[in-house]
Write a protein that binds this ligand. Sequence first.
Ligand SMILES: C[S@@+](CC[C@H](N)C(=O)[O-])C[C@H]1O[C@@H](n2cnc3c(N)ncnc32)[C@H](O)[C@@H]1O
Length: 218
Amino acid sequence: MTEEQLRETASQLRQPHGEGAIAIAGFMNKGNARMNEDALRVLSASPGDNILEVGMGNGYFVKDILQADDSIHYTGADFSAEMVLAAEEWNADWIHKGKAVFVHASAESLPLDNELFHKILTVNTLYFWDDREKVLSEFRRVLKPGGRLYIAIRPERRMVHYPFTKYGFRLYSAEDVRDLLAANGFDVEHTHEHREPDYEVNGERIPVENLVVVAVKR
Ligand SMILES: C[S@@+](CC[C@H](N)C(=O)[O-])C[C@H]1O[C@@H](n2cnc3c(N)ncnc32)[C@H](O)[C@@H]1O
């Protein structure tokens, strides 16, 4: 890829837009399938849960949350208008049944009431938060007392091998995420580290890994 293509890929991953939005969403669904599966296992959606996901992309994995139990409610928020529309299309049946809603909003300013959610999930978005303190303050505001936050990322030591991450990604180790959460009103409960099958590019094997950090609102 040329530097221009890498820059465009990074920009689409941050906020899918325009003609490239649907294609990048398909790419993410494939490349992040295992990671989303790992994150949802940790999230462990339970009967009665009211769950917010921030940055759900095209909402391809929403079914895996809602299928767990009929009494679960899901809200997805994303600041890409294209992704909100795509998620509404993918999940039209769940919306119709009153189990899912999608909002076009930034994590920094969520148009949602206080203390609504038992759990907040966010997968592959932390790299893009411009105002991290504001995002975490919004998450604390909309979480119920004792609510939990689940942040899934690929750690810095792996992400540095992806050439597009030099264009606007902020990278984190597990310790960086824990420190960020501890400094912003969360008690970190657990860090789950998952190895995924290696990624092979031009004959080179790149190790793939994801982290899911679980924290409770203090
Ligand atoms: C890299 S994609 C990840 C999509 C999906 N979660 C996955 O793991 O495949 C990042 C998504 O989060 C959204 N996003 C990034 N930063 C955001 C923010 N500050 N507020 C709301 N949505 C955000 C983007 O629009 C995009 O849909």
